[in-house]
Design a protein around this ligand. Structure first.
Ligand SMILES: [Zn+2]
Length: 200
């Protein structure tokens, strides 16, 4: 909390930091919370507290979980542990799950390499990925980073790391709009990209 600010100003500042919310929207939200139904503000406080307390990265894949140490996907015995889909964020897991066509497990890197912005390999979960593969159950790793310059660099780095492990490394099929985030890609295109994956 910035020092010397009253609680209302602090709340405005915090809301304005959220994606898609500028100073004007922040003002509208804060005004609503202060002057509208108090139950909305109380519900928001409780929901935020619960999320902060309970949601954490899955021990295995680093997707978010609000249950035990393993996320719902890693604890599902019907999933195929031989195929790992490597993605940048938990949001990407949601996108691939929405396609309904992937039955393997995930590995969430926690972002993409951007050395100029201080995002080096040690900030991402490459080491746990290599350790997972070295345990021997994984036969194929699908690199499903975003089709951007940094996403491609991240995939290249991962494939170099995995090159000595004997695992088969594949990439999503071409056809994803270059430069776009996976978020902007519809489910059918994503399903096709995974279906048509090719060796790196
Ligand atoms: Zn998991």
């Amino acid at each position: 909390m910035p020092e010397g600010q009253g609680p209302i100003q602090t709340l405005l500042t915090e809301f304005a930091r959220l994606p898609g919310i500028g100073p004007k929207s922040a003002e509208r939200i804060v005004h609503f919370l202060l002057h509208g139904d108090r139950r909305v503000a109380v519900g928001l406080r409780q929901a935020l507290a619960a999320v902060l307390e309970r949601v954490r990265p899955c021990r295995e894949c680093f997707n978010l979980t609000d249950g035990g140490e393993l996320c719902a996907i890693c604890s599902d015995p019907r999933r195929d542990p031989a195929v790992l889909c490597v993605v940048e964020t938990p949001r990407d897991v949601t996108l691939f799950e929405r396609t309904g066509s992937f039955r393997g497990l995930y590995h969430v890197l926690g972002g993409r390499l951007a050395p100029l912005d201080g995002m080096g390999p040690d900030r991402l979960t490459f080491q746990p990925l290599v350790e997972r593969v070295q345990r021997g159950e994984v036969r194929e790793v699908i690199l499903a980073t975003s089709p951007t310059f940094e996403g491609d660099g991240t995939a290249l780095f991962a494939s170099n790391l995995l090159s000595g492990t004997g695992v088969s490394v594949t990439k999503l099929a071409r056809g994803l709009p270059a430069g776009a985030s996976l978020e902007l890609t519809n489910s059918q295109i994503l399903a096709d990209a995974i279906e048509g994956r090719r060796a790196v």
